[in-house]
Design a protein around this ligand. Structure first.
Ligand code: SF4
Length: 357
């Protein structure tokens, strides 16, 4: 069973930390949707497998009319799709819209809340308020959504541990089924990185960031959430099916400017160029993964999950694994899987680098 990812590269306002491919030229949405429908028709059967999950992400998919969301889902064909997720900005939630996208087939919403503190939201350039976030979740529940995910961010400039604890408690009180949480990253070329470099904001120190992550993991697990991926937590049976397919090698077709696909050991990606895409001259590049690439992917993706990695390892990786186990960064489960410990999750990227060949 395969997945389809649909990229909607429009945002009403750019957040200061974001390096995703998106534009504020909202007037191009209709032309874009027309090009997107064309690509869907041409490519939806590319995996040769029935579609099990659809993920409409961005950008901000909730900048599209509900009728366009309906057209996109209809073009993919939903009969066998178990999970159809759409990302939503809390500022776009209203009752009519929520009911319309639910009727269009969306059965899972991912709401980009990030924080329940207006000062922090403003500092990172989000366009919504804490009250809008609370209202969006409530309205979505009233509209019949019973599979809701929210995004939260930590390690925001000036954020204190008390503020973070309060955000976690507010999130738990919302009765959502899934929480994704990321520490703020200073990506190259973003406004936030520029502000850091000129000294107008100071990043949170590494110890505080790690303590914030530990608090998140501890508190969410206490509340019954399964920590199934480094940044993702779900109530039992509510793990994101679409995202899980990225981690377990399920094929997926990515449509839209900048979208990535993975089919039979080949990765391909549409160029991040709105104009070319709208004109129907989309350029798609691809690479076929070698044995070495596939091994490195297995390490990179597997260690992010609570399933870890199994199977055989080259001799040099085995000795690195042994030394990481000694250092308390990795552990071996009874059935021979290698999984990151809580301490290991703090420096996961460094561990992955050491294990790659
Ligand atoms: S809404 Fe999302 S995609 Fe758009 S700028 Fe903000 S973080 Fe980036």
């Amino acid at each position: 069973m395969a997945g389809v990812y649909v990229h909607i590269p429009f945002c009403k306002k750019r957040c200061l930390y974001c390096d995703f491919f998106s534009t504020t030229c909202l007037e191009r949405r209709k032309e874009y949707v027309a090009a997107l429908l064309q690509e869907i028709i041409e490519r939806k059967d590319e995996t040769g497998e029935p579609v099990r999950t659809i993920y409409i992400g961005g950008g901000t998919p909730s900048t599209l009319d509900a009728a366009d969301i309906q057209r996109i889902i209809d073009a993919i064909g939903t009969r066998q799709a178990e999970e159809i997720t759409m990302e939503m900005n809390p500022g776009d939630a209203d009752e009519t819209y929520l009911r319309a996208i639910r009727e269009a087939g969306i059965n899972r919403l991912s709401i980009g809340i990030q924080s329940f503190d207006d000062t922090l939201l403003n500092r990172i350039g989000r366009r919504h308020t804490a009250q809008q976030a609370l209202t969006a979740v409530k309205m979505a529940q009233e509209a019949g959504f019973d599979n809701l995910s929210i995004d939260l961010m930590y390690a925001l400039p000036t954020q204190t541990m008390d503020q973070w604890k309060a955000d976690i408690e507010t999130a738990l009180n919302l009765n959502v089924q899934h929480i994704s949480s990321y520490g703020l990253m200073y990506e190259e070329g973003t406004a936030m990185t520029h502000m850091r470099d000129e000294g107008s904001i100071t990043p949170i120190d590494e110890d505080t960031e790690n303590a914030m992550y530990d608090r998140l993991c501890e508190r969410l697990q206490q509340a019954g959430f399964v920590h199934y991926e480094v940044s993702n937590f779900a109530l039992p049976c509510y793990e994101a099916k679409h995202n899980s397919s990225y981690w377990n090698g399920t094929p997926y077709v990515g449509v839209g400017a900048g979208a990535h696909s993975y089919i039979r050991n080949t990765r391909s990606w549409n160029r991040e160029d709105l104009d070319t895409y709208i004109k129907g001259n989309n350029v798609r590049e691809s690479e076929t993964l070698t044995e070495k690439d596939l091994y490195n992917e297995r390490i990179m993706l597997g260690l992010r999950t609570n399933q870890g990695i199994a199977g055989s390892f080259p001799k040099q990786s085995r000795s690195v694994i042994e030394s990481k186990i000694q250092d308390g960064l990795l552990r071996e489960t009874e059935d021979g899987r290698i999984v990151a410990t809580q301490q290991g999750l703090h420096i996961l990227n460094r561990i992955i680098e050491d294990l790659m060949i």
